[in-house]
Design a protein around this ligand. Structure first.
Ligand SMILES: [Zn+2]
Length: 390
């Protein structure tokens, strides 16, 4: 099949006008042809063609909590609500919600997801075999004495995912820390040692409270821990940023995805990039707006971040699971950003962050990236919409 469009983004950049994509029935890219190649029966699409999107940070298992926590209440209140309410649903409600969320990702042109899991609930949607999935089994426990127990619990979940057979799509998993204020130093070290090459994802510097806690142990993190009956007496504030405190617990062999980064600084980015070979900064702007009402410092990120990718976070903190909507939110605030760059973050960069770049993320011969048609991107008056065509 031969297809073209007014503009084609290959995952890295815009292709020359008139480029034609030759694609097999199974979605594999066979070749790219220039405008002057003698070709017949080329199908022309309106708008833009792009590789399928990569959602580098999602929580499909929390899909049943949509609209349950109000907007703008701050991360600490948000987390309390999630912890208290996540189990007040029936198994059927949870199953229905995560299947609907899975379908929503597909409809919105997502081909791969980095999905956080605290339980084995999402084994069922991984078995559907329509999305590539890296499941990040999230380990948390702000305790020094019970750190090994916390890791043991996560390992039990992890082994259930490991035992699942892959079909046509990629299925992978790793054990990862939740966030700097929910993982003790001992637990950070145990997570590192469990698999020193594992892809690590962590909620990083999402709220100013996290920074206050590491600076001088002040602020609302104490209230959260207190409400959960967690004794934080062992914790000595480092006086440094969270990232610069916890990263030294990790071996330099880990690839990293830092998620949110709302309060990350240029020094944090430099520190991570100087000490680890593969570092990705994942932005979830709609969730940041929903929870904290604030976006990360894009000027700083553009200047210092080597790699940026995009996530939606969960339906608990977002009205939809749509990567294009995340790009739209960034651009609404930073109108100077080129769509070409934004699409790169959403495709090839996300694929590399999840270590799936050999298969997806770019329109190149031999890959099977999925192809998405985007209309409305050049019209400031309408919201662009994605549609999976392949
Ligand atoms: Zn998250």
């Amino acid at each position: 099949m031969l297809i073209t469009a007014s503009r084609i983004h290959n995952g890295y950049q815009w292709l020359p006008p008139g480029t034609v994509i030759e694609v097999a029935d199974d979605g594999s890219i066979i070749a790219l042809h220039s405008e002057d190649a003698p070709l017949a029966d080329v199908v022309h699409y309106d708008g833009i063609l792009s590789p399928g999107f990569v959602n580098a940070h999602c929580h499909l298992e929390l899909s049943h909590m949509k609209d349950l926590v109000g907007e703008g209440t701050g991360l600490m209140h948000f987390l309390q609500q999630v912890i208290w309410k996540r189990e007040s649903f029936t198994i059927e409600q949870k199953i229905t919600a995560r299947h609907e969320a899975y379908d929503e990702l597909l409809e919105n042109g997502v081909v791969a997801v980095g999905d956080i899991a605290n339980s084995a609930d999402t084994l069922d949607i991984r078995a559907l075999d329509r999305l590539h999935i890296h499941t990040f089994v999230e380990c948390l426990g702000f305790t020094e004495e019970r750190a090994q127990q916390m890791l043991d619990f996560s390992e039990k979940v992890y082994l259930q995912y490991t035992a699942q057979q892959s079909g046509d799509k990629i299925l992978r998993q790793s054990i990862v820390p939740h966030a700097p204020y929910s993982v003790s130093p001992s637990l950070f070290r145990l997570i590192d040692a469990y698999d020193k090459d594992a892809l690590i994802s962590i909620h990083n510097e999402e709220t100013i409270e996290e920074l206050n806690f590491y600076k001088d142990k002040s602020g609302a993190v104490n209230d959260l821990l207190h409400s959960l009956n967690i004794d934080a007496a062992f914790f000595e504030p480092s006086g440094k940023s969270p990232l610069q405190t916890y990263l030294p617990y990790f071996s330099p062999s880990h690839p990293f995805i830092f998620v949110h980064n709302t309060f990350a600084t240029a020094e944090d980015l430099q520190f991570a990039q100087d000490n680890f070979p593969a570092v990705y900064w994942c932005l979830c702007p709609n969730a940041n707006k929903y929870i904290e009402g604030r976006l990360p410092d894009m000027d700083m990120l553009l200047q210092h971040a080597k790699n940026i990718c995009i996530g939606t976070d969960s339906l608990t903190s977002n009205h939809q699971l749509c990567i294009l909507s995340e790009l739209y939110t960034i651009r609404a605030q930073y109108s100077g950003l080129e769509w070409g760059l934004l699409l790169r973050w959403a495709t090839s960069s996300g694929a590399a962050a999840l270590q799936m770049q050999d298969k997806i993320g770019s329109i190149e011969p031999g890959k099977q990236p999925g192809i998405v048609q985007i209309t409305g991107l050049d019209d400031n008056n309408i919201r662009p919409t994605p549609k999976r065509i392949m």
